[in-house]
Every structure is written in structure tokens, then in C-alpha cells.
Design a protein around this ligand. Sequence first.
Ligand SMILES: Cc1cc2nc3c(=O)[nH]c(=O)nc-3n(C[C@H](O)[C@H](O)[C@H](O)COP(=O)(O)O)c2cc1C
Length: 198
Amino acid sequence: MIEKLFPEESKVYEVLLITRSNMTPVGITRIGKFLYFKIFQGKSFDDLKKDNSVVIQIIDDPEILVALAFNFPISLKLEKCEKLELNRVAGYPWVEGHADCKVISVKDSLGESLARKCKVSPIYVGITQKTPRPISRADNYLIELGVIGSRALYALKKNLPIGTRLFKEVEKLYWEYRRLGGKSKIAEEIYNLCKNYL
Ligand SMILES: Cc1cc2nc3c(=O)[nH]c(=O)nc-3n(C[C@H](O)[C@H](O)[C@H](O)COP(=O)(O)O)c2cc1C
């Protein structure tokens, strides 16, 4: 069943990670029957120390993923899980599982930071019927804007030299998004948030 949800091994899929007190997008991969993700310090990182219960949801609406990454207010209909004491977003397929995590140190262009590297053993897979959203290049740009925007904000707040280069990327992604018909306020907010730190 898990192979149906994540058909290609080792490909990174952008999904929603739900822990005891937080929801945030993460990139996951599937290898065999297990799912893998890496989460940097924050609320989900802290949650996973106390409780290894996780829900992974396939959400094909980038606005939901990106809004949750930036903690922008968004109203979501929640429902109870089948096996875990966690809520999930109604209407989207989900995987309930236990995450086995270890703390690692990650070195990248933003410096050195701690992360939890987690392997999820699924205990329940829930399938929903939903009309698929058509593919939109604007949506792809919004996802990229979310990813690069969160890196740019981090760098700009810490005054790292890479901050200005990341902002230029944010600017390009934002205008491409608009050019392709994207109208979400979320995109504008990310762009303005970054701009305010310049
Ligand atoms: C599409 C998308 C994918 C993301 N993937 C990850 C990820 O795999 N790991 C991670 O630590 N942060 C990822 N982020 C950034 C987190 O959402 C962001 O750092 C968030 O603030 C996590 O902090 P929190 O746990 O306190 O909510 C992603 C953001 C977006 C928009």
C-alpha cells in the first residue's frame, strides 16, 4: 500500500508531517516499506523527542504546505487518526507510523545545525477519494518559494553573506509565480518578509 502512495523509491516527495503539536512540510523518501525524512530544529524536532507518533499526509495543495511552513493562519478541517492519538487533515491520504530518529549534525551553505534523521515504520495507511488538482507551474514555483524563502529568512536574520543571493532567488521565484497566474497572498507575504530583512 505504501508503494502505491510513494511509487518511486528514493525520489523526494513534499508532504505534510504531523507530530503531537505541530504540522510542517518535509521532504520524504521511501525505501522498501519505510519512509525517511530529516527535520531541522524547531517545533517538530522538539515534539519527536517526546513522542515518536507521526502522520504523513499527501497534500496536493501547495498553499497549505507553504502556509504551514511559515505558520501563516490557515483553516483546516481535522479528523482523528485510526491508530494514533493525533489529528490529520480531512480529505487527504495519510500514513500513521512511528518514527525512529537520531540527532545528526548537518553542514551546508547555511552553516552547521542539528537535525533529526528519522525512519518511519507505517502502522496504518488511509486512502481517500479526491479529484486530482491539475499540474500548474505556478504551484511548483510556490513550493520552491516556500523552500528557498525559509532558507533566505534564516540567512537574512543571521546576517549571513548568502542571504542576499537567496533573496535574489526569492525575488525571481515570486515574479515567475505571478507571471504564471499565481495570486496567493502567501507568496507576497514571503517575498515581503524577506525584503524587510534586507
Ligand atoms: C515544501 C517545503 C519542504 C520543506 N521540507 C523540510 C524538510 O524536509 N526538513 C526541514 O527541517 N524543514 C523543511 N522545510 C522547512 C520547514 O517547514 C520550516 O523550517 C519549519 O519552520 C519547521 O519548523 P517547525 O518544526 O518549528 O514548524 C520545508 C519547507 C517547505 C515549504
